[in-house]
Design a protein around this ligand. Structure first.
Ligand code: UTP
Length: 290
């Protein structure tokens, strides 16, 4: 399976992040010095993907603009001799080949993926990465899935273990561990009750799928929350030719959750040698047990 394209759905309303997201897409909220979605695109690029397909809506053009040249700003930086900043913004414009597709009604993540059908259906496989889920580790998260999809020739979804009391926020899988950290998926349940979840393995926003998923997405009815759920189409995939899940190694932040969003900011700032000690100095007096 040769994965060259990624679908990044960014058309949701971001209601958990209001009022910040009233006019700014959730995916454009900065995490340290980059918009959240840039980390997702970088993860894709670092995994050998070149084509990024954004599923957008009418208010998300700032995402496309971010990955394009800003010639006026470039001229200003050039005149000011700010070569470092100039290189930085040019590099963002050049990092990926971007395609945008409008999701004209926000009918759910499954529907967003279906919007890209015509662009990826000729490929033997493609990635889907949710635009507000950030993953960090030694190996890019989506690369870990691509490796398994290539060797097993099956679609693969990313999972991570979550605490029992948080299972009701995620799609949860049950399955059989076929090799360490790799599961053959039996059941997928969208946001189960805490005491009814089949496991603590939560689906996070990384998938490697095949065009077969579109047939399932076209057949399923609106599910949880009245939306076309990708999870329901994945259940059809699991019941049919099969579906694997890979326990992703790394750290994950959902930027739609304020605690995780703020933690991600601190995490990235702490990676910067120059900022680290200043940040700690500012944070220390704020801690009640200091
Ligand atoms: P979320 O449910 O996390 O995002 O969907 P949301 O709907 O924007 O946020 P809240 O819950 O209202 O705060 C996961 C991803 O799927 C995209 C979202 O943009 C997000 O990146 N999505 C969701 C779509 O592209 N289209 C949809 O119809 C729904």
């Amino acid at each position: 399976m040769n994965i060259r394209k990624v679908i990044i759905p960014v058309a949701g309303w971001g209601t958990r992040s209001l009022p910040a997201t009233k006019n700014i897409p959730k995916e454009m909220l900065p995490v340290y010095n980059k918009p959240a979605v840039q980390y997702v695109v970088e993860e894709a690029i670092n995994s050998g993907i070149n084509d990024v397909i954004f599923i957008t809506n009418r208010d998300k053009s700032s995402i496309e603009d971010h990955f394009d040249y800003n010639l006026q700003l470039e001229a200003v930086l050039e005149r000011a001799g700010k070569q470092e900043q100039l290189a930085l913004i040019r590099q963002v414009a050049e990092m990926a080949n971007c395609i945008s597709i409008r999701q004209k009604k926000q009918l759910g993540l499954g529907h967003a993926v279906l919007c890209a059908k015509d662009v990826v259906r000729a490929d033997d496989g493609f990635a889907v990465m949710v635009g507000d889920d950030l993953l960090f580790g030694m190996n890019p998260g989506i690369q870990q899935l691509i490796n398994v999809a290539a060797s097993e020739r099956l679609p693969v979804i990313g999972v991570m273990e979550v605490p029992q009391e948080r299972v009701n926020r995620y799609g949860i899988i049950s399955g059989e561990e076929v090799s360490p950290g790799i599961y053959r998926v039996h059941k997928l349940v969208e946001k189960p009750k805490v005491n009814e979840a089949p496991s603590r393995l939560a689906i996070i926003g990384r998938y490697v799928l095949t065009p077969e998923i579109f047939g399932h997405l076209e057949k399923i009815q609106p599910g949880h929350g009245g939306e076309i759920q990708l999870t329901d189409a994945l259940q059809c995939q699991a019941d049919g030719k099969g579906l694997l899940a890979v326990k992703i190694r790394g750290m994950r932040f959902d930027t739609g959750d304020w605690a995780e969003y703020l933690t991600a900011n601190i995490y990235f700032a702490l990676q910067e040698e120059e900022l680290r000690y200043d940040l700690i100095r500012h944070l220390k007096p704020l801690l009640p047990w200091d």
